[in-house]
Each structure stands twice: as C-alpha cells, then as structure tokens.
Write a protein that binds this ligand. Structure first.
Ligand code: GUN
Length: 283
C-alpha cells in the first residue's frame, strides 16, 4: 500500500489564506500577544514563526520577550495588563517557562476568553465535558489533518500515545467528542504496541524519536506524528519511524511539514475566533 501523505504545510497555507481573507473584511486587526521568557533556542524559533504567520495573515501580532530572570510576579503583572488591554484578543505564553516560575499559575492568570492556547483549566474542562471551548492549537490541527484523510471518526478505534495537557489529553477529548473509541496510552501502559496495532487512527505524541515502529501500525491506519526531534545529523525526525510506518499506513504525516504548520494555522484561527466572540460581547 502507498500511504497518502497528509500535507500539513499545504493545508495550513490554505487555512492561513482563508483567515487573511476574513481579517481583511473585519475593519479591525485582531491582536495577538506572544510572551516568551528566557532564551530557549527552540522556543525562540517557534515564537518567531508564530509572530511571522500572524502578521502575514493580518493580525496585529507582537512578541514580548522577557529576560530569563524575570520574576513570577512581573510576569503575572504583564498578564493582567494584557487581560485588561482591549486591543489584545489573544495571549500566548510560550512554554516551557524557567523553573522559578510556576507555569500553571501563569496559565490560570490568563483571561480564559483570551487563552488562544486553550490551556486554561476552564477551556480544558469545557473541552473535557464536550462543551464549546478554545481548543489547544496542536490537537485542533490534528483534527483537520484527520478530516483531510477522509477516514470516518465515528466508531473508529483511535490510539493516542502520550497524555500531555498540550496534546494527548485534549486530542483524546476531541476524538471522543467526534464519537471515536479512544485508548489513551502513556509511559505506564502495558502492551503499547498491541494496543496501537488495534487502532485505525494513531496519534503519536510521546516525545521520543521514532518510538512508533512499522509493526505497531495496522494496514491502512491513519498515522499522525506530533513529535519533533533534531538528530545528531541535523535532520528532523518525529515520534514515528516514517518509512516503516508509511509502508503499512493508509495515510500519514511527515516531520517536518505535517502537524507543525497546522499548529500555527490553528493559533491564527483561535485568535480570530477569540476576537470575534469577545467583541460580540465586550466587557
Ligand atoms: N510549547 C510547545 N508547544 C507549545 C504550544 O502549543 N503553546 C505554547 N504556549 N507553548 C508551547
């Protein structure tokens, strides 16, 4: 079988164009504030990509870069200012934060209506209950890639590998809401390969390079690779051993060019939607 490549780069470009078209008709520019603390090199690249994509789509995007020794109180002060700023529709604090700052406290300080990462417990809780919520960007992008695959989700067996707050848990909630039968696998799960092999849909978000092997994949399964790892050779790899898995999958994403661009496109969608719903009921 030749697997369909789920081209996240091309799909994300289409979504960004759509968003740019909508923003051009609004009469205002939705505002996105991206906050980065310290100088983690990977985070710096992600933040630059987010600001650049947001600007290109017509959002008023700004990055607020704070020194690594910024105090927790100072960061919380900035969040309150952004919460109160009428021109700021979306607030994103890039993770990870330096160890002396309690990330959960910072996340909980963000106005849930401006929480375009969907990490606030109010949004996470609403998603877990199947209620309308701001959806975390990576899982939102994953659902678009699954739609692109054409594989019906209703009743489908889905294996989600990884239970992080950013990807695994919200992806499991979205798949559940879409009527899939979800198995959430994690570092303490037994027989992960066997569980995975039963699945028609595999979401790999484990954070270990090429952990998912070809013989974990059922013939024709849809495989979404959330991992990103730079090897000693400088090449990017995912959580999925691509060649082995592509030989069995019906559809599969690549790294790079799969989930990554979709995460950014989803951030733009979340910011536009946050702007529209906040401005529909100001205050
Ligand atoms: N760090 C890794 N992924 C993300 C993300 O989606 N949002 C934020 N804020 N930080 C991250």
């Amino acid at each position: 079988m030749t697997a369909q490549i789920l081209d996240g780069k091309a799909l994300a470009a289409r979504i960004r164009d759509e968003i740019a078209g909508k923003i051009a008709t609004l009469g205002f520019r939705p505002g996105l504030a991206v906050v980065i603390v310290g100088n983690d090199p990977a985070s710096a690249v992600y933040v630059r990509n987010k600001e650049q994509a947001a600007g290109a789509a017509g959002l008023a995007a700004r990055t607020i870069a704070l020194a690594a020794n910024t105090s927790e109180a100072a960061l919380l002060g900035l969040i309150s200012e952004l919460n109160a700023d009428p021109a700021t529709d979306g607030i994103l604090v890039q993770l990870p934060l330096p160890a002396h700052i309690r990330a959960q406290l910072v996340i909980e300080a963000i106005d849930p209506a401006k929480d375009v990462d969907g990490f606030h417990p109010l949004n996470a809780g609403r998603l877990a209950l199947g209620m309308p919520a701001i959806i975390p960007c990576t899982p939102r992008g994953i659902m678009r890639l699954l739609a692109l695959s054409g594989h019906a989700l209703q009743g489908a067996r889905a294996a989600v590998l990884g239970r992080s707050a950013i990807v695994g848990r919200p992806a499991a909630a979205l798949l559940t809401a879409a009527d899939a039968t979800v198995t959430l696998l994690h570092s303490r799960s037994r027989d992960v390969a066997t569980e995975c092999r039963r699945a028609e849909i595999v979401i790999a978000a484990v954070g270990r390079a090429e952990m998912v092997r070809g013989d974990w994949i059922a013939e024709g399964a849809v495989v979404i690779d959330v991992g990103i790892h730079r090897g000693a050779d400088g090449k990017l790899r995912g959580d999925v051993a691509f060649d082995e898995c592509a030989a069995r999958a019906g559809a599969i994403t690549k790294v790079p060019g799969g989930v990554g661009p979709m995460t950014i496109a989803s951030l733009l969608e979340n910011t536009l939607e946050a702007a529209l719903s906040r401005r529909a009921r100001p205050g």
